[in-house]
Design a protein around this ligand. Structure first.
Ligand code: ACM
Length: 813
């Protein structure tokens, strides 16, 4: 595992303003002498809060950037110039012109010219370009013009992306006149650290349409990413038309969701790409120098395929439904001749559609129960001399590898494929940490780093209450940023097997494009820098300084990025008990990254740059509504205003995020919506631990408390837990439907017990209320459901303690 501190050591610090202009800096965070201000200077290293500096707004950071004298002016008359017959330059020029039009309102003409006209932007494929590395480019700008040279088409394209980013030094057209853009004179020499710079999009758990995939492709191109890993098949859906097996999509692309018909959930959920649409996507991506890597997950995650063709590929002849359970389900592809022929038939069509040199065969999370229970598979194993089911997956993978190799392609799979013995030709995508990458590289296999602890973007990015659905192991922007894709354990020779890195967006909790945007951005910017920039050019503070311009680009491009890393956290200094016990109320503000200026109001008005600037906790008189927004030092928006109302009731209330799991969350901590296939973001969310239906209300002050009110919900228990099923804890109940119990500490006195409402409607919200016997002092209150674990999942949205006061005597529930 790569330790955080280890990574931090390798980062260079942001150069101070005294960095000598004209020095070639092997880092991006080159500070210039005029213009915008580095945000959050006060909280970070250098320069000081009052120092005005300029930052080249490039993400990912280039290898080398040197500031020159003067500036290059781009106006509506500026020509984007290409040589005749230089098709790559024309493509990149058109791309640049489109970006400038869409984000800066500048309509520039692309023109063929023998030699660049004065003051033009010239793009040129040039075998003598000073940057010899694949996909690299040289960009030179001064008062006379801007020139991009590269030895390949991808390099020109990335040079164009950098030129476009340079035009947003002033962070977008909202802030400036749109008909003139000035960029600093600069010399850039840049090339990627890795040839594989990927992002996975899971279109199986929730289907995302062609337009949404194009939206992701466009965004990837603007981050200089070049592999879109499409996870096309899984238990919950088969998403690619296979002409010789039409039932894969007729049956396998559709499921009957839990709670169908409620909260916007359709009766039938699904979708797939026709082959024509796949061709369209492949071409669209290729035009942006992105390869689509198709994944057909085998032998596990196969339930949708088995639902379509149980007799052909199922281990038993049973036809399961297309799964609605997230997680690990038992259905595997069979290992017999008929199943392998079927798979080859699928691959034949996949290979025809996707020119990708690699084909991803999944290989992850294949619990072997079905194989182990099958007399036919066991007999085959004996006949093959295969010692166990893991080795049988090795044999299965070897058949796939042989087939793919015979077709001139390479197999890549998740790191589980190491367990059964790896075909020589196979490459490994490491997701369970970096150990798989280390083991595979030591064996001489190529590897791609997608370790969940850094790169799984379906994890929530903050601990804020306003985060949508996702996994509860919080993965902040800073954590994504710190990954070095070359594990320190590898020798230089072994490190050559590291092809690159990629982010992953699994879609169990990502049902819509809005969810995609929220989860991907701005963390994709960190993924891009991890995969493109050399460690010497990487610098967290510099990255943060460059982000405001990137956020402006997102706005200009219609990307609904998250501002959670910068959003104001608003709380009571010292926690609510300080006020409940008679102390003064002081408001503390902050944000995850610690950058930006926080401006706040307490009069209900919207905070602006003129509002009070937060420095230290400040006193208020309750009730009060605190609103806080975050800006860069030069006044660009970093995070929209957040609002919190504080009164006595609020001090006695915690929401789902304020509750703690009784057993430390762990890998099965999730934040779930009311129903799994609800399309929108406007659902209440519930933090759950699938193993324990138990939460604590931490440090509840019980003096004067007479009752408790719980906003609860009955959710789908749609989880495939495989061998972990036995870890799901059943609390003893005294009625068939179960109760909610309130205890003073989980091992302490039972304070109240409320029957759960009858019924089985999923997605139903209800309120549970109970009197509490008089208590004193501060205690963790334990709340747990005793409902049968074979039935629905119960969860808590919020808990409120109710005081016995003269004005409001305790109600009898
Ligand atoms: C995976 O996350 N199961 C590859």
């Amino acid at each position: 595992m790569l330790a955080r501190d280890e990574k931090g050591d390798r980062m260079i610090t942001t150069p101070t303003r005294s960095t000598r202009a004209g020095t070639l800096v092997r880092a991006f965070a080159l500070l210039l002498t005029t213009g915008m201000v580095l945000p959050g200077c006060a909280e970070r290293t250098a320069p000081s809060a009052t120092e005005r500096v300029d930052v080249l707004p490039l993400i990912p950071a280039p290898v080398e950037a040197e500031r020159g004298d003067g500036r290059f002016r781009i106006t509506a008359e500026t020509v984007v110039s290409v040589a005749q017959n230089d098709a790559p330059a024309r493509d990149a020029a058109n791309h640049l012109a489109r970006l400038l039009r869409d984000t800066r309102g500048l309509a520039l003409a692309v023109r063929e010219e023998l030699a660049p006209s004065p003051g033009s932007i010239r793009l040129q494929l040039d075998p003598q370009s000073p940057v010899a590395q694949a996909e690299g480019y040289a960009l030179d700008a001064d008062a006379e013009g801007l020139r991009i040279r590269a030895r390949d088409a991808a390099g020109l394209f990335y040079g164009a992306v950098s030129a476009w980013q340079l035009t947003s030094a002033d962070a977008g057209r909202d802030a400036v006149e749109t008909d003139v853009v000035e960029i600093p004179a600069v010399t850039i020499r840049d090339w990627p650290r890795f040839g594989w710079r990927g992002q996975l999009l899971d279109v199986a758990r929730h289907f995302h349409d062609v337009d949404t995939v194009k939206h992701v492709i466009d965004a990837m191109a603007r981050h200089k990413l070049n592999v879109l890993h499409l996870h096309l098949t899984d238990d919950q859906g088969w998403r690619i038309e296979i002409k010789r097996y039409p039932k894969l999509t007729e049956i396998g692309a559709w499921r009957t969701p839990p709670g169908a018909g409620r909260h916007g959930t359709p009766q039938r959920y699904g979708g797939y790409y026709t082959q024509e649409q796949i061709r369209e996507l492949v071409a669209y991506a290729a035009a942006r120098h992105i390869t689509i890597l198709p994944e057909i997950d085998m032998p596990g995650h196969a339930q949708a395929a088995v639902a379509a063709y149980p007799g052909e590929i199922g281990v038993t002849s049973e036809r399961p439904p297309v799964a609605v359970d997230w997680g690990v389900n038992p259905y595997l592809f069979d290992t017999d001749e008929r199943s392998l022929k079927f798979i080859q038939g699928v691959l034949d069509e996949v290979l025809e559609l996707f020119p990708s040199p690699f084909i991803h065969i999944g290989g992850d999370e294949a619990v072997k129960d079905q194989w182990e229970a099958s007399p036919a598979v066991r007999a085959q194993m004996r006949q093959l001399g295969v010692k166990d089911a893991h080795a049988m997956q090795g044999w299965f993978n070897a058949q796939l590898a042989k087939y793919l190799t015979s077709k001139g392609r390479r197999l890549i799979g998740w790191d589980e494929i190491l367990e059964g013995g790896l075909p020589d030709s196979a490459s490994v995508m490491s997701w369970r940490g970096v150990d798989g990458a280390v083991a595979a590289a030591r064996l001489g296999h190529d590897v791609v780093l997608a370790p969940a602890g850094w790169m799984y973007l379906d994890n929530l990015q903050t601990e804020r209450s306003d985060e949508p659905n996702g996994r509860l192991a919080v993965l902040p922007l800073s954590r994504v940023y710190e990954l070095d894709p070359v594990p320190a354990e590898l020798t230089a020779d072994q490190a050559r097997h590291v092809l690159g890195a990629q982010g992953a967006l699994w879609s169990e909790y990502i049902p819509s494009r809005r969810h995609i945007d929220h989860a991907l951005f701005p963390r994709l910017a960190a993924v891009a820098e991890v995969a493109w920039s050399p460690m010497a050019a990487r610098d967290w503070d510099g990255f943060l300084a460059r982000l405001p311009a990137q956020l402006q680009r997102y706005r200009a491009l219609g990307i609904g990025s998250s501002d959670g890393a910068f959003a104001a956290d608003i709380g009571i200094d010292g926690g609510p008990n300080t006020v409940l016990s008679g102390g003064p109320a002081r408001i503390a503000l902050g944000n995850q990254t610690g950058v930006g200026q926080i401006r706040y109001t307490i009069d209900g008005s919207e905070p602006t740059l003129e509002s009070s600037r937060y420095g230290a906790p400040f006193a208020v008189t309750l009730p009060v509504t605190v609103k806080a927004a975050v800006f860069t030092e030069d006044g660009q928006p970093l995070a929209a205003a957040r609002s919190r109302h504080f009164d006595r009731e609020a001090l006695l209330t915690v929401d789902t995020q304020g509750l703690r799991n009784c057993h430390d969350g762990g890998p099965l901590g999730l934040r779930v919506p009311l129903l799994p296939d609800m399309p929108g973001m406007d659902t209440p969310v519930y933090n759950v631990d699938l193993f324990y239906a138990c939460w604590t209300y931490p440090q509840a002050r019980l003096d004067g408390i007479a009752g408790i009110r719980i906003d609860a919900a009955r959710l789908a228990r749609n989880y495939g837990l495989a061998h972990d099923q036995s870890k799901v804890h059943q609390y003893p109940s005294s009625t068939p439907q179960g109760e909610l119990e309130v205890l003073r500490g989980c091992d302490g006195e039972l304070l109240a017990k409320v029957a759960l409402p009858d019924g089985a409607i999923l997605g139903e919200q209800f309120i549970l209320e109970a009197l509490l016997p008089p208590q004193e002092g501060v205690h963790d209150l334990c709340l747990r459901f005793t409902a049968p674990i074979e039935g629905p999942l119960y969860a808590i949205g919020a808990v409120r303690l109710i005081e016995a006061t003269a004005q409001s005597p305790p109600v009898r529930y």
